[in-house]
Design a protein around this ligand. Structure first.
Ligand code: 5GP
Length: 125
């Protein structure tokens, strides 16, 4: 069920539970401020989620409230993941859904890293 990204952060969401160690994940990369793990329901041969460890709902929330250190760490973590999983060499796509109209289901900022196959048009019309 898509979420309303203008609501305050809800720390019962699934990614908050992963960050607290309450749920398992297949970790690709962990840094001081970010965690990357394989999506549970991959939509491409490479489908990794990168999340900040801080409590942010969306990109606009993160960019408004995160420290420079968190912003830099998250940005670098996404690039590092793309290189580590072999997406960078082949071409890849980054996607961050925000809010109901974009179909965001988990109310904790996450960037999808897709790769491993031709990715088709940017949006379905
Ligand atoms: P959204 O639609 O919010 O942009 O994407 C949420 C993503 O989280 C989906 O691709 C979904 O498969 C993934 N996801 C949901 N629950 C879990 C989980 O418990 N573990 C992992 N690794 N991925 C999850």
């Amino acid at each position: 069920m898509p979420i309303d990204h203008t609501q305050p952060y809800d720390d019962s969401n699934i990614f908050a539970r992963i960050l607290r160690g309450e749920l398992p994940n297949k970790t690709v990369l962990e840094t001081e401020h970010s965690l990357a793990f394989h999506d549970i329901n991959p939509l491409a041969p490479i489908h990794v989620l990168v999340i900040p460890k801080g409590a942010y709902v969306s990109w606009d929330d993160f960019s408004a409230r995160a420290s420079d250190a968190e912003l830099a760490d998250f940005s670098r973590a996404i690039g590092e993941v793309a290189r580590q999983v072999g997406a960078s060499a082949q071409g890849y796509r980054l996607l961050a859904n925000a809010g109901k109209r974009a179909g965001q289901e988990v109310p904790h900022l996450h960037v999808h890293v897709f790769g491993g196959q031709p990715l088709g048009p940017m949006l379905a019309r």
